[in-house]
Each structure stands twice: as structure tokens, then as C-alpha cells.
Design a protein around this ligand. Structure first.
Ligand code: URA
Length: 216
């Protein structure tokens, strides 16, 4: 299946109940040839309305961090763990909630082939749900962010703080961990560049990457 065919098929998905209330499937956007892919948690209200990832308040903060890390959004690919908005409708009005394990599992049928077609060198997991899905179920975001981990879908994966968490933490004063977000994006990008640069070894063999990166 081509990338466009996968996207078109995902846009018709009815595998879980999130499909019943969605406006758009937010498949992802950006450069599908990028060695760096950012994977968030799932679309919110603005993303559901526009069909694009990270376009609300958290998205604006992420854009700012991407720029401060010396990148542009167009250079990289951005997607989410689940492609439809997860919300609690019990009060009549939608209130965002984290996706359930079942919803996350159902959406792996899109995320895994999506990553398989892009073949990124580095995945940057934005927030704990993404890291638990792609790195390790018991991932501890505050202790383990900013470190390289083996990952089935890239040469290596790093996780960082979610911009929504940072926005909430900023309300208590300070930068809420924003400088760590910038630092982790820069580190992930640097690793992606290093792992994309072929090195010619003594035997003439191409040796990808650098020895201090865990390659799986
Ligand atoms: N939060 C996410 O995790 N993803 C989005 O696309 C928007 C907000």
C-alpha cells in the first residue's frame, strides 16, 4: 500500500467508537521523507475540526519549540498515537480525555504501517501515552525523557514532555519544562541527522550513525 492509500483507508476507519463522533481523521502531516517523526497523543477539538495535528494552544507551543530547536514544521512529520479525538460526551458537551488502551490498540493498525512507510531514524514521542505505546508500557516520562531507547519502528526513540502538560505547569510559574521540550527536539533532530549520514568505514562499508546511539 502507498502512503496515500493508507491515509485514504484510515480516513474511512470505523474500528473503534471514536469514529462515531469525529469530524476528521487526523492522519498526520509534514515531510514523509523526514528522518524524524513526532508522535503525540491524539487530536483535540481544533485538530478534529481542521484535520491537522497540533494546531491548538499546545500546537502553537510545539511550533515555537520546533523553531527554537532550529527546525521548521515542514521539515518533519507529525502524527498521533490515535487519529480521532477522544472525548467524554457524558455531560452532553465533549471534554477531552486520554485514549483508552483499546482505542490505542485499534489505531496501531494505522500508526505501525505509517511509521513502516516513513522509516524514520528517530521517533520523538510527545508525552507519556505515546512513549508507553512506542517505547515501553511502564515508561516514566519525568525520569526517562530526553534519553535514547530502542524502538521497533525507528533506529531509536526519545520521549519528551507534552506541550499541554507544559502549559498547565506554566500556570504554576516558571517555564513548566518548556526548555526541556526544546532541548529534546534538538537532541532528536541531531540524532536523526547523524543516523542519516552514511559513514564510509575502513572496509568501504557504509556504517550508519554514531556508536553512542542505541541502534535496534
Ligand atoms: N495533543 C496531541 O497529542 N496531539 C495533537 O494533535 C494535539 C494535541
Amino acid at each position: 500500500m502507498t502512503f496515500d492509500e493508507l491515509k485514504a483507508t484510515a480516513e474511512r476507519c470505523t474500528s473503534c467508537s471514536l469514529s462515531q463522533r469525529r469530524t476528521h481523521v487526523v492522519f498526520g502531516e509534514g515531510n514523509i521523507h523526514s528522518p524524524l517523526v513526532l508522535v503525540g497523543e491524539g487530536p483535540g477539538d481544533n485538530e478534529d475540526k481542521l484535520g491537522r495535528p497540533f494546531v491548538g494552544r499546545a500546537g502553537k507551543l510545539l511550533d515555537q519549540a520546533i523553531e527554537e530547536a532550529g527546525l521548521t514544521r515542514a521539515q518533519i512529520y507529525i502524527t498521533n498515537t490515535v487519529k480521532c479525538r477522544a472525548a467524554d460526551w457524558s455531560s452532553g458537551k465533549p471534554v477531552n480525555r486520554p485514549p483508552t488502551d483499546e482505542e490505542t490498540l485499534a489505531c496501531r493498525q494505522w500508526l505501525v504501517p505509517q511509521l513502516g512507510l516513513i522509516q524514520p531514524k528517530v521517533i520523538l514521542c510527545i508525552g507519556a501515552p505515546s512513549a508507553k505505546n512506542l517505547i515501553r508500557k511502564n515508561f516514566k516520562i519525568t525520569q526517562e525523557r530526553g534519553k535514547y531507547f530502542p524502538c521497533e519502528y525507528a533506529k531509536t526513540a526519545i520521549a519528551t514532555l507534552h506541550p499541554s502538560y507544559i502549559l498547565r505547569a506554566m500556570n504554576m510559574g516558571g517555564d513548566g519544562g518548556y526548555s526541556l521540550l526544546v532541548q529534546d527536539i534538538a537532541k532528536a533532530h541531531e540524532a536523526a541527522v547523524r543516523l542519516s549520514t552514511p559513514k564510509v568505514g575502513a572496509t568501504g562499508q557504509e556504517l550508519a550513525g554514531a556508536p553512542d546511539l542505541p541502534v535496534c
